[in-house]
Design a protein. Structure first.
Length: 166
């Protein structure tokens, strides 16, 4: 089994858990945030939804230069728009991971802005840390946002106070 195939199995599990959470985001409270320094709810949900996009961009490109490719986040207007964005990114990510070789995963990937290099490492650890771990981190934040908004939390790795086992 290739590195990418291992990632694909994990990705499918994390995507299922993430989608369950995104389905519950109350976008009628899109501008809500728990603290003045926090992201707004819609922006955080979009950030969680876009991380799979980073996986296929990392595999397909050796360099991300933010001076040439500026970042434009989606600010979803509806849950359907958010889920379509998430599902479309996931479909492409699954396709790319299913075909990716170990040689590609060992290539160096660099994120920079002009002459300033933010990171440069092999693609496999970029996907693990910058993509997967980053998504899980922000998904945890989204969990807290939803709890503070009294939205019932779905099971992700096990029972929640809202969805106990059995």
């Amino acid at each position: 089994m290739t590195i990418a195939q291992n990632f694909l199995e994990e990705f499918k599990q994390e995507a299922k858990a993430t989608r369950k959470l995104l389905e519950r985001v109350p976008l009628d409270k899109a501008n809500w945030k728990p603290h003045e320094k926090s992201m707004e709810l819609a922006r955080l949900a979009s950030h969680v939804a876009e991380t799979s996009l980073w996986i296929w961009h990392t595999i397909e490109n050796d360099v991300l230069d933010l001076a040439i490719q500026p970042y434009e986040p989606l600010i979803p207007k509806s849950t359907d728009e958010l889920l379509k964005f998430f599902d479309d990114n996931n479909k492409k990510t699954e396709e790319i991971l299913s075909k990716c070789s170990d040689a590609e995963m060992m290539k160096t990937w660099t994120m920079k802005k002009g002459d300033v290099v933010y990171m440069s490492m092999q693609k496999a650890p970029v996907i693990r840390s910058f993509c997967f771990n980053h998504m899980i981190h922000h998904r945890g934040q989204l969990d807290v946002y939803l709890r503070l908004l009294n939205v019932p939390l779905p099971q992700i790795y096990g029972p929640t106070a809202d969805e106990p086992m059995g």
